[in-house]
Design a protein around this ligand. Structure first.
Ligand SMILES: Cc1ncc(COP(=O)(O)O)c(C=O)c1O
Length: 497
């Protein structure tokens, strides 16, 4: 008889019921064939005595095993390990390496090497340079939590717990129509709105609908890396055009259009990513005219519309679009916090209908409760109050960071003070390389990150984005301090040579 008494162990501190602990261990014994098919299990009274548990625990365990099909019960004979279980291959054979699910996969699958892996940020003593993100400590988490609670305590909350619309929550769509028409000068109705889980989903959906193999999408000669990757993943061809202080060169786009059919232009018109420059009015109008004339889409990624320090926000291209060429994309992920995956794709009804269908393949619907929370958050004016509050703080941080960078490290870094956004486009003195800089910075607990992402076209501009918004005053001083120490060491090693 199998020695259950010594083989079974209960953890009486653990929350799992004893009968489940027992059934899981018996399943394990069956799977590794310690208990072979046809083996008779002890009667419930006997096993209860052996294991020092109540008989009901054994009965519940056998019921569970029966229900899951691991054992069968033969009247007047007892409970037996099921005779027809497929034999699982031994996992730890003598001489074979142990199977490790963390690493090993038992089938082949297609890996994607286009989208770079994001580094993990888990060392508290390091300062990580970021691309321009908000400061989580300023997120109005209490207000959002209160609003979420209020949404959940409403009588009609049950209506939102089931499968809902693939376009996203209706109330949020209504609220966004009013909000975007007022703040962005759009002229949309609900049919033009698809709620997404952030801007990236909007970029992906647009890319899926607009691009197939070898279709041409125009991007800047520096561009947001994840957008590039999304288009390349569609096997589209990227045509890069120059970006100067006025944004994407529309002349270069026009020249391209004369030579070949282009399907789309991706533009971060408000603050070009990564350089932070604003697309000037003349080029905005020219781009819209070109889109109409040459029949292409403009994917307008307005990822940081809300943060302008020197002037009122510039209305997006979408607000001047009279021909349905613009697919306008935005989210609250930069404005409030990246964790809240609430964004929108605004386009013609026809495009939105198709994008919604497509979204259904990967995401049956959004998070209706969170969407209702944000509908309330926007409608009540809380979002605008939050923006006004953080704008002041981010402006101070921008000013402090730029002043220190100029005053203390002006010989090494060149930059324009950004008019908006959350990052400074910073050029390292061409005598030095970011490669070497990153290596030395590590010794001062400063992590530069993937600086190469900013120069996928190999222009050799020696610039990276340095985010300032997420660091408070003391952290900005410390960041500058570490940059200084890094430079100091690089200079010292030069003189020693
Ligand atoms: C230019 C640009 N577009 C889109 C995104 C993605 O934003 P979201 O978090 O809304 O998906 C980012 C995020 O960093 C970005 O910088």
């Amino acid at each position: 008889m199998f020695p259950f008494k010594t083989s079974i162990q209960f953890d009486r501190q653990c929350n799992q019921a004893l009968y489940l602990q027992l059934s899981n261990q018996i399943i394990q014994l069956i799977k590794n064939q310690t208990l072979a098919p046809h083996t008779k299990l002890p009667g419930s009274r006997t096993l209860a005595e052996q294991l020092n548990v109540h008989r009901k625990t054994i009965v519940a365990c056998y019921d569970e095993l029966l229900l899951q099909g691991w054992v069968e019960s033969i009247p007047k004979k007892g409970t037996f390990v099921h005779p027809n279980l497929p034999v699982l291959q031994e996992q730890k054979l003598e001489g074979c390496k142990a199977f490790d699910l963390k690493k090993d996969t038992g089938f082949s699958f297609y890996k994607n090497s286009i989208l770079p892996e994001k580094p993990k940020k888990n060392n508290k003593s390091l300062i990580y340079l970021n691309d321009g993100v908000s400061d989580g400590r300023l997120t109005p988490i209490d207000e959002i939590a209160r609003t979420y609670r209020r949404v959940c305590s409403k009588k009609n909350v049950f209506d939102h717990l089931s499968y809902g619309s693939v376009y996203g929550n209706d109330t949020l769509r209504d609220v966004l129509v009013e909000y975007l028409n007022t703040t962005r000068g759009l002229h949309i109705t609900k049919e033009n709105v698809l709620i997404t889980r952030g801007s990236q989903m909007g970029i992906w959906l647009s890319s899926q609908l607009l691009l197939q193999k070898d279709d041409i999408v125009v991007v800047g000669n520096t561009n947001y890396g994840a957008a590039d990757a999304t288009f390349l993943n569609q096997h589209a061809k990227l045509e890069r055009v120059m970006v100067d202080e006025h944004g994407l060169s529309t002349r270069a786009i026009e020249n391209l259009c004369k030579r070949q059919q282009i399907k789309a232009v991706y533009v971060t018109s408000h603050h070009h990513h990564p350089t932070t420059v604003t697309l000037c009015a003349e080029r905005r109008m020219r781009l819209l005219n070109l889109a109409k004339q040459y029949n292409f889409a403009i994917i307008e990624d307005d990822y940081d519309y809300d943060f302008n320090y020197n002037h009122a926000p510039i209305l997006p291209l979408a607000s001047h679009d009279t021909n349905g060429n613009v697919v306008y994309i935005g989210s609250v992920c930069k404005t409030v916090a990246p964790v809240f995956r609430i964004g929108y794709l605004i386009a013609s009804k026809e495009f939105v209908d198709e994008a919604s269908k497509l979204r259904g393949y990967v995401d049956r619907q959004g998070d209706a409760l969170l969407e209702l929370t944000f509908a309330d958050f926007i409608k009540s004016g809380d979002l605008d109050r939050h923006i006004r509050k953080v704008m002041k703080i981010y402006k101070q941080r921008r000013d402090l960071f730029c002043k220190l960078l100029k005053d203390q490290l002006g010989d090494f870094f060149e930059f324009e003070i950004p008019k908006g956004g959350m990052a400074v486009w910073t050029k390292l003195n061409p005598m030095y390389s970011w490669d070497h800089f990153s290596e030395v910075a590590r010794t001062y607990n400063l992590k530069i990150g993937d600086w190469k992402q900013y120069d996928s076209a190999n222009l050799g501009h020696n610039c990276i984005r340095i985010g300032f918004a997420a660091h408070n005053e003391a952290e900005i001083f410390e960041l500058i301090n570490r940059l200084k120490k890094t430079i100091g060491e690089i200079k010292n090693s030069e003189t020693a040579r």
